[in-house]
Design a protein around this ligand. Structure first.
Ligand code: FES
Ligand code: FES
Length: 166
């Protein structure tokens, strides 16, 4: 039992209205994971450094670990669960799979969401533009060569060109 005041938060998450009553201090990352059961959004540093918790809020990249759920009342949130179409991987996910853009996968949801944001504004990014855009996401095991290759492959797909057949 808690004496803490609860606040009703209602969000559009991956196109579906979801709501819960939570304390004002509840982080969006905790709201997604523990209130909505969307564990695809990972939590690493909890201080806005690693990018594992990256989601899209109203189409803009955001750190869900440094955002309170009550701050985004009524907003459209997109998480990694919103990428795939049932059992069919999203093209960005398919590119990461084929181009060795992940190993343990802990950082991957954040990289996927950042890539989605990048390609929505630039469907033909250079290597340096990719590295610059993804500089807020940290991977500790894959190395960035495979990740950049994955994003290039996803960009090709976004432009309707067949990606690499690895
Ligand atoms: S968990 Fe949010 S930036 Fe690291
Ligand atoms: S794939 Fe393991 S941390 Fe990036």
């Amino acid at each position: 039992m808690t004496c803490e005041q609860l606040h009703h938060v209602s969000l559009i998450v991956n196109g579906v209205e979801r709501s819960a009553a939570v304390p004002a201090r509840t982080l969006l990352s905790d709201f997604l994971r523990h209130e909505l059961g969307l564990f695809g959004t990972h939590v690493g540093c909890e201080q806005g450094v690693c990018g594992a918790c990256t989601v899209l809020i109203g189409g803009r990249l955001a750190r869900s670990c440094t955002t309170f759920a009550v701050q985004v009342q009524g907003e459209e949130i997109r998480t990694v669960e919103g990428l795939a179409n049932g059992d069919e991987l999203h093209p960005i996910q398919e590119s990461f799979r084929r181009c060795h853009g992940l190993q343990c996968g802990f950082c991957t949801p954040g990289f996927l969401m950042a890539t989605e944001a990048l390609l929505s504004e630039n469907d033909d990014p250079s290597d340096s533009e990719i590295r610059d855009f993804l500089s807020g996401n940290v991977c500790r095991c894959t190395g960035y060569v495979g990740i950049v290759a994955s994003v290039k492959d996803a960009a090709l797909r976004a432009r309707g060109v067949n990606g690499s057949d690895q």
